[in-house]
Design a protein around this ligand. Structure first.
Ligand SMILES: Nc1ncnc2c1ncn2[C@@H]1O[C@H](COP(=O)(O)OP(=O)(O)OP(=O)(O)O)[C@@H](O)[C@H]1O
Ligand SMILES: [Mg+2]
Length: 286
């Protein structure tokens, strides 16, 4: 197996560690993320998801333990720039991330700051807009775009920096279903192109897009596995006050009534196929 692109080793993190009301937001976190992974992090409010995400690009440093991005330790200030160009972050509210009055200028902002030649900036901006599906909006003012389009502008701005890892902290939280679908589609394409994705979400059906799901609870990682393995444990997830995706819930209930029906389906398409297959088998028997 390739070396991990991010390695979190024995990390504990406390907000205001010296004060009497120190908050232990991360405890005993060990995590290797490999190139090309699509890792989804879910967990109840306040479980530590955002705190963990901020450790991945040196916005926060561990109280104890280490975070390595490739060969760079996030504790070393001399490596911060290298780490931030490897790991790009996208947050909840796109408005706070947009700086320019024209879409393509906004996307060019990062590469311009790094002082790339004009040609290279042009190339990066065009490619980034293409990947997020906003080429036609490139000359529009961002404030006239929908929330989903704005969030894709923010993603394009990060992508134009050519990071190897994209961390999204509830990037679809304030979007309508169409906007969410558009952002997810763009993220999926980026992952297919080889970018490593770490995505935090409260929407369980989004977790199905990943190859690995981490469940956080009270500052720890309490579950870690493929979406199929994680969502098959509906009871455990409910104890952690988390849902399972709707098709999985349906499959679970059918499995309760009909043992032969698989309880670990993930998508509507899978549920439709399996139900159809069962119905046909039933008919054949009559
Ligand atoms: N800047 C801060 N100062 C002090 N405590 C904080 C700060 N940010 C977060 N916390 C606390 O740390 C713990 C973990 O918070 P964090 O934001 O990482 O959780 P989260 O899983 O991202 O939650 P949410 O789903 O609400 O976004 C919580 O108890 C929270 O109140
Ligand atoms: Mg959060």
């Amino acid at each position: 197996m390739a070396d991990p692109i991010i390695r979190v080793q024995g990390v504990t993190f406390a907000y205001s560690p010296e004060s009497v009301d120190a908050i232990l937001a991360l405890q005993d976190i060990n995590l290797d993320i490999y190139p090309g992974d699509y890792v989804v992090i879910v967990g109840h409010n306040g479980s530590g998801k955002s705190t963990l995400a901020k450790h991945l690009n040196a916005l926060l440093q561990p109280t104890t333990g280490d975070v390595w991005v490739e060969q760079n330790n996030t504790r070393d200030p001399a490596q911060t720039l290298a780490i931030r160009s490897t790991v790009g972050m996208v947050f909840q509210v796109p408005d706070n991330q947009i700086v320019a009055t024209v879409v393509e200028e906004d996307v060019a902002f990062g590469p311009e700051n790094l002082g790339f030649p004009r040609e290279e900036i042009r190339e990066r901006v065009d490619r980034a807009l293409e990947v997020v599906g906003l080429t036609e909006e490139r000359l529009r003012p961002p404030h006239l775009l929908s929330a989903g389009q704005k969030q894709r502008v923010a993603i394009a701005g990060v992508i134009a920096m050519r990071p190897k890892v994209l961390v999204l902290d509830e990037a679809t939280a304030y979007l309508d279903p169409l906007g969410r679908e558009q952002v997810l589609g763009a993220v999926r394409r980026l992952n297919q192109d080889g970018i490593t994705v770490v995505s935090i979400t409260h929407f369980m059906h989004e977790a199905v897009a990943g190859n690995r799901v981490l469940v956080m609870e009270k500052s720890r990682i309490v579950m870690d596995g493929s979406p199929r393995k994680i969502f098959a444990q509906a009871e455990r997830l409910r104890e952690l006050q988390l849902d399972v995706p709707q098709p999985t819930d349906l499959a679970n209930r059918l499995h309760g009534r009909l043992e032969a029906f698989p309880g670990d389906l993930l998508s509507v398409a899978e549920a439709v196929d399996t139900i159809t297959e069962f119905a046909l088998r039933g008919n054949a028997r009559e």
